[in-house]
Each structure stands twice: as C-alpha cells, then as structure tokens.
Design a protein around this ligand. Sequence first.
Ligand code: TUI
Length: 325
Amino acid sequence: MVNISELLDIEYPIIQGAMAWIADCHLAAAVSNGGGLGIIAGGGADGQWLRNQIREARKMTDKPFGVNIMLLSPFVEEQMDVVCEEKVKVVTTGAGNPGKYIPRLKENGIIVIPVVPSVAFAQRVERAGADAVIAEGQEAGGHIGEITTMALVPQVVDAVKIPVIAAGGIADGRGICAAYMLGAKGIQVGTRFVVASECRVAQAYKEAIIKAKDTDTVATGRSTGHPVRVLKNRLSREVLSLEKRNGDQKEIERLCTGSLRNAVVEGDMEWGSLMSGQIAGLIDKEQPAAEIIREMFKEAREIYEDRNTICRTGSSIHGDGKKPL
Ligand code: TUI
C-alpha cells in the first residue's frame, strides 16, 4: 500500500481542505511550509487567477502543494489547462465527477485525488485512474454528501485498493487516531485551517468559528441537491425557511449569489455564507498553520503511546495485563 507522505513528498500525512475564496496561495504555502500539503482552491475563479496564485505560492514555498478544482465551476476547463501547463504536483477535485479529466492530468504527471461522498463513487474514480481518494463525511463544511465520516471511511477503505484519506470532523489528534483506526492513511482538515494566522479571511469569520458550539452548523440546499454546511445565521435561516415552504428557487439563488465572498472578504456575518464543519465547536484559537499541524500530530502520537501503555499495565479491557493490543 502506498504511503501518503511518500506519495506526496510531505512530512505529515495531512492535506489542507480546499475552501473556495479562503484557501489561497498564502494559506496553501503556510500549510506546505508546516509539513502538510497546502491546497489552492480554484473555486469559481478563472484560469488567470489560478495561474497567478500557483506562481505566488511557488515564491512562498519550495515544498509541494496542490490545487483543488471544484467541478461545478464554469471555469473547470480553463483551470484544467492551467494545472497541466503549470505542472502542479497534486490535483484534488470536489463537487462532481473528474473521470473525463483524469487521463490528461495523469499524462502531465499530476497526482489525482478526488473527494468522494460514497463507495460507488470511490470505485468509479479508482477505475478512472485516481491515485487516492478523500472520503469526506457530511460533518465537513461547504458542499457535502449524505454519509458520516465514521460510516463512510471504513466502507470506502474496504471497497478500493488505493489509499483513502479521511475528511469531515477532524480537527485534533483524536480525530487523526480515529481516522487511522477506520483504515485511513491520511487526513484532510478544513475548518481548523480557516483560523490559521496565515489565512486571510475576515477576522469576524475566524471569530465566528472560534465562538461556535457543536450545534451551530446546518446543511442548507438539500432541496437543490447541493447541500452546503454553514454556520447558522440570518442567511441560513432564511434559505432553510424558503426550502421548507417549497419557496422560490430564484429567491434562494438571489440570496446565495456572492454570499461566500461576502462572508470571507466583507466579513458579513448576517447574510454571508459562513462555510464551516461541525467540528468548529472544538476550535478555540487562532494559531500558525505549522503549529496546528505539529500540535495535532503530537496529540495523536501521545494518544497512540498512551493506548499501548494502558494495555501493557493491565488496566485495560483485557484485564490480565498479559495481552497488549
Ligand atoms: O467541494 C467540496 N466542498 C465545497 S465546494 C464549495 S463551492 C460551492 N459553493 C456552493 C455550491 C456548491 C459548491 C464549497 N465547498 N467538497 C468536496 C465534496 N465533493 N464533497 C462532496 C463532494 C461530491 C459530491 C458529489 C463529489 C462528487 C459527487 O459526485 C456526484 C456525481 O455522481 O457526479
């Protein structure tokens, strides 16, 4: 089985989540310099923006980084041209089927890692030539599938031969250990990196994540077939209420158009779309990306070592003290 750190040439098997408008060259370079794989989110931007971001990131880091292509974007073709021309090391994809693009990405020597919301989809992209998959549970922020991380990851692990990276609901060392217990070979983290010092979102957005409780996110857009997890605010309440009443789709569209930009750039906490995962309740401070990564893996290592100690001293579920796990 391929080792994710070796495949991606990184120190820690952690990929930064691709968050449109949020994950730019500054955040991606900070995560890569911290030993993870930084990702520039193409989002709904055009090819020229993406090319500039890739070139800026290369000035800020000599470590590997990747680009995410969001397949609902009208600029997918342009973005595909750019990642091939710029010979980006890794491409992750989201919100759709990357199958028809995989052969060209592979011809250009690019490592392809699609986000998958189900077993069938994971098998489909494996057949199409993906190098690994990110199995993302519905705890994640932004565009999501239906299945939870806990249920999705082990089922995908059993169904494919390529390595599986777990995503959705992971923000500390316990999350890393849990993902590995489910058979994942790496993790993707989004929400905790939104509050990284190097992440240039409006300060009010970071504060909203830091303040959030476990129950403060909700998935809107289920009626459109494109559910999106966000922090609760006036926008989410209005959209949900319209959806419940089978309200005007045009009105929903009007409310949502530009709402992510309004949250990230303008800091509009009322009518902005504050994409966030359910794990926001666990996140309590802003800190540099490298520190986030070090802290998470230190915690994971301690849990792992502690677990072995418990089993050796006999105070474990085995009881007899003779059978370490
Ligand atoms: O892509 C994401 N998260 C995102 S993209 C985004 S920008 C956006 N804004 C408004 C509406 C839609 C997008 C914000 N957050 N995560 C990866 C992800 N991909 N999660 C779920 C999926 C997914 C869903 C269905 C991947 C493939 C898929 O396939 C359906 C099919 O059969 O084609």
